[in-house]
Design a protein around this ligand. Structure first.
Ligand code: ADP
Length: 191
């Protein structure tokens, strides 16, 4: 299986690039942010809980997120592999994912980390707010909270994969197509 963690700060382009990757490699795309937003839309209990954290730019608690992600993975029979987008976002999530995959005789192939300067991220999120309708994109204070949360809780996840020699940094500035090419090249070198 080809199991990729697509990593990067809010606004790095994980969602956009995931679409190109699933098309090329036939992978299942699991975005925890998208799954939470679908639950909010559907008015589920999980959605109500997730919304209370997401609207502030904070993380949804690990236990809830991990259980949800695992049940999503198990919905797919005989997949070629997964793109994990927005997960793992804490070291505890990374450890849980690793244990879960190894129970199913598979593992993470690599982490592809989109690297984008903070100023550029703020500009992109502000622009996205005009079309996304996302509460967490609309307010500069909430955007800053997400960037701070990323730096504090999520950035350390990169070290988890560095320690396993699975970290691959990708320049996330440029055209969508150029960045896709960089990702394809990195994947083709590991697979
Ligand atoms: P972005 O990467 O642009 O911040 P996402 O759609 O990935 O957007 O996530 C939006 C929000 O959903 C996060 O700010 C967080 O509140 C919640 N969320 C998404 N993934 C996770 C996760 N793995 N753990 C905890 N919370 C998460």
């Amino acid at each position: 299986m080809l199991n990729i963690v697509l990593f990067g700060p809010p606004g790095a382009g994980k969602g956009t690039q995931s679409l190109n990757l699933i098309e090329k490699y036939g992978l299942v795309h699991l975005s925890t942010g998208d799954i939470f937003r679908a639950n909010i839309k559907g008015g589920t209990e999980l959605g109500v809980l997730a919304k209370s954290y997401m609207d502030k730019g904070a993380l949804v608690p690990d236990e809830v997120t991990i259980a949800m992600l695992e049940s999503e993975v198990l919905k797919h029979e005989d997949p070629k592999g997964f793109i994990f987008d927005g997960f793992p976002r804490t070291t505890a999530q990374a450890e849980a994912l690793s244990a879960f995959l190894s129970k199913h005789n598979t593992s993470i192939t690599c982490m592809l980390a989109l690297e984008v300067p903070e100023d550029e991220l703020r500009d992109r999120l502000r622009l996205r707010a005009e079309t996304s309708g996302r509460v967490d994109d609309a307010d500069p204070k909430i955007i800053q909270n997400r960037i701070d949360t990323y730096n504090r809780e999520t950035a350390p996840v990169a070290d988890f994969y560095r320690g396993q020699d699975k970290y691959i940094g990708i320049n996330g500035v440029g055209s969508i197509e150029d960045i896709s090419e960089r990702l394809f090249e990195a994947i083709d070198q590991t697979a």
